[in-house]
Every structure is written in C-alpha cells, then in structure tokens.
Design a binder for this molecule. Structure first.
Ligand code: FAD
Length: 402
C-alpha cells in the first residue's frame, strides 16, 4: 500500500488522515475537499459561531500547517468529479490522481425547499457549511422576523440563536410534532416548552405552501394552514441526504448511504467510506448516523483497517445539542422504543428509552451525570429497571455495579 486518497475534507476525512499518520503509515496521503477552508467542526455553526460567541479559527480541527507538517497533501477548493474504480483513479479539475486505497468521506447535503415554491429566493438559507452560515449571519439581527422550517435539532438550534439575537421567531414543523424522527414525546414536550418560554412561536402539523418574494428576496410565507406571514429571512432545516454520487459512479453499492461492512469497506475492496455518507450496520439494522462521534470513530476504524487491523467498528452513538442554557446530551439510539421512563430531578432531567426491558437510549437535559451513567450502561449492555431510573432519589452510579 503506497498511497491513500481521501475525498471529503470534513470531520471524517480529517480524522482518517490523522489516524493513518499516528498509526505509522509512511506512504502518500492526499486529502481532497471542495470547500475553500481546512477541515472544521460543524456543530458550532448552528450554535456558538452563529451566535457570534466563537471565532473562526476555533472552528478548525487543526491549523492548516499541520497537514504539510505531517506530509499530508491537502487539496482545498477541489471537487472530485469522477472515480474510475477499474483504473483506481479519480479526476479533479484538470488532473487525474491514482490511489491504492480510496476513502469516500463526502458527508451529506441539506434538503432545500424547491425553487417552484420560492426556495431559491435570497434570504432563504440552509445550515451546512461555513459559507452558508457566513451568508446568513448578517441577516440574523434584532427586530427582524425569522421563519424556521423544520423542528429537528438544526431548526431548534437556529431558532434559539435567532431568539438570543433578538429576532421574532416562528418555527414550523410539518409532522405532528417537533423532533418526531429522533426523540420521544416527553423530550419534544420539554423542548417545545423551553422554546415557547423564550418567545418562539412553534406551529406543529404546519408546512410551507409557498414563499413570496419581492425583487428576488423573500418577504413572506404562506403556510399549509393558509396563514400568510411577513418574513425577513427563512432558515431551512429539513434533513440531509448522503452524498453518494461518487460512490455510485464507481459502481459501489449504495442504499440510503454508501453501504459499508463492519470494517468500513464498501462493495469495492479498494474503496472505503466513513461519516455521514455511509449506511452502516447497528444492532442488525442498516442505519445512518449523522454525528461527529460517528464520523471520528468510523474514520479511525477505516484508517486502522486500511493498515491491516481487521477490527470491527461498533458504533457507540452519542449526540449533543445546545439551546439557550440547555445542554442536551443523548446516548444510544432510541429507534424502536416502546416506553420512556422520566427521571425528574428538578433542573437535571433525563428520559430513558426502553424496548421491553432493554435500555436503548437516554436523553439528558442539563444532567451530565445521567448522560454519563446511561451511556456506560448502554455500552455495557446493562438495563436497569425503568422504575429505579425514574426515581430521582435512586443512586444511578450503583446501577453500574449490578
Ligand atoms: P462533513 O463534515 O460534511 O464533511 C464532508 C466534506 O466533503 C464536506 O466538506 C464536503 O463539502 C466535502 N465533499 C463532498 N463531496 C465532495 C467532492 N466530490 N469532492 C471534494 N469534497 C467533497 N453532530 C453532533 O454530533 N453534534 C452536534 O451538535 C451537531 N451539530 C451540527 C450542526 C450543524 C449545523 C451541522 C451541519 C451538523 C451538525 N452535526 C452535529 C453533524 C456533524 O457535524 C456531522 O455528522 C459531521 O460533520 C459528519 O462528518 P463528515 O466528515 O461525514 O461530513
């Protein structure tokens, strides 16, 4: 193995090249990204960075010089246009590069509102890239009206920032309730109350009919309930789709993501994948994990396996979200739950998801202890009784010893 090429200079791509070097790979490493800036963290984009509480240079995962110092050929502003799996080459503008192992870490793209309902008007934004947030930031100003489309974590975080910056904020969710795809009703209720307490108007079961514009700029929205509102800007957070185009071009199997095996390898033995763009196996099902933790851990596992470790990657899902003064931490995946135990400790609160007697996941609100213990229990395959965890006076730590 002489050369490893990584496409996508995001969280997964950066983690993969770093791990290759720290694990002693001495060959050529090329990291190619279509954004103009070195790899950076995305979570602050909808939190501290948009709020103006975090400087640009703190977003970067490593200083740009680190890549050269570690003999990593970092190509920025360079989109890979095609992959030829037979020849083991890829094409960027005006150049053909060859690889022995290729890692696809192309992330995902935000869903947008269709142009025919006004999705292409100026003032309609998505939150994925630094460039998206830099473009919207000047519009997030006191006294203006923001419409947030989508009540998932991105939409809720954007709503919190817009409120904190003094905007008049309405959030609409087309499904019957916010967080319908990722959290229980108990968590949705808590988050709704939090936002309404901060003055956000939340409309559930309400979608967009169309946006209206003047001189190419959004000025209004007609909602599915026929309400007609004036808006100054729109932030769209309606989910993402995995970037699989290059993998498909290479003839690699894709099914709602690039299909990877337990080692992170695709259906082509020389092509690997990591991060948001993959479909991976978890508890016997194919899932996608849209989280920093997965991007790092899966990419590091891929690096190790390229170097011959032959280790299975077992995802240990966790996620967080910051909104106002709330730190929400989530351990595990709640998909398939049939019961939620609520542990109400006043300021610290946690929701424990069960399928039968099996603990699947914990949502912890300003409760780092509940989160940490829940995470350790889930990773150890331990399931304390729902009655015990629901008792705020029970000793959670003792559960780890049983
Ligand atoms: P990315 O980081 O998206 O990197 C992929 C890169 O590949 C991009 O730079 C893309 O432009 C590039 N690329 C794509 N195609 C090509 C091509 N053909 N040629 C060259 N380059 C290409 N996760 C959490 O765990 N907690 C959070 O609180 C959280 N908050 C988030 C907030 C926001 C606003 C966003 C957008 C995401 C958040 N996430 C959060 C999710 C997390 O950031 C992603 O799961 C993570 O970035 C995935 O890493 P990745 O490397 O797979 O993809």
């Amino acid at each position: 193995m002489d050369q490893v090429t990584v496409v996508g200079a995001g969280q997964a791509g950066a983690s993969c090249v770093a791990k290759l070097r720290t694990d002693g790979f001495g060959g050529k490493i090329t990291l190619i990204g279509d954004e103009a800036v070195p790899p950076y963290q995305r979570p602050p984009l909808s939190k501290a960075y948009l709020l103006g509480d975090m400087a640009l240079d703190r977003l970067f995962l490593r200083p740009e010089a680190w890549y050269a110092e570690n003999n990593i050929d970092l190509r920025l502003g360079a989109a890979v246009e095609a992959v030829d799996a037979g020849e083991k080459t890829l094409r960027l503008a005006g150049e053909i590069l060859s690889y022995d192992a290729l890692v696809i870490a192309t992330g995902s793209s935000p869903r947008r509102l269709p142009a025919k309902i006004g999705g292409d008007l100026a003032g309609v934004h998505v939150v994925r890239d630094l460039a998206d947030v830099d473009a919207m930031e000047p519009e997030v100003t006191e006294g203006r009206r923001a419409l947030i489309v989508g009540g998932g974590y991105i939409g809720l975080e954007a709503a919190a920032v817009a409120r904190k910056r003094g905007m008049d904020v309405t959030l609409i969710e087309a499904a019957p309730r916010i967080l319908g795809r990722v959290a229980a009703e108990e968590t949705a209720d808590y988050m709704r109350a939090l936002h309404e307490g901060h003055g956000v108007t939340i409309l559930e079961g309400v979608g967009i009919d169309h946006l209206t514009g003047a001189e190419g700029k959004v000025v209004g929205a007609v909602l599915s309930n026929c309400a007609d509102m004036r808006v100054d800007m729109v932030i769209v957070g309606i989910g993402i789709t995995p970037n699989t185009a290059l993998a498909e071009m290479a003839g690699v199997a894709c099914n709602n993501g690039i299909v990877t095996d337990l080692k992170g390898r695709t259906s082509d033995p020389a092509i690997w994948a990591a991060g948001d763009c993959t479909s991976l196996s978890y508890r016997g099902e194919r899932i996608r994990l849209e989280s920093v933790q997965n991007a790092i851990d899966q990419a590091e596992a891929v690096a190790k396996n390229i170097l011959g470790a032959d280790e299975d990657y077992v995802p240990k899902p966790w996620f967080w979200s910051d909104q106002y003064d709330l730190k929400l931490q989530i351990a595990g995946l709640s998909t398939g739950y049939d019961y939620v135990a609520v542990r109400d400790g006043g300021k610290a609160r946690s929701h424990w998801y069960y399928a039968g007697d099996t603990l699947l996941a914990v949502d912890a609100m300003n409760d780092p202890r509940g989160y940490m213990i829940g995470k350790r229990l889930i990773e150890a395959g331990k399931s304390p009784s729902a009655e015990i965890v629901a008792d705020p006076n029970s000793d959670l730590k003792a559960l780890l010893k049983t």
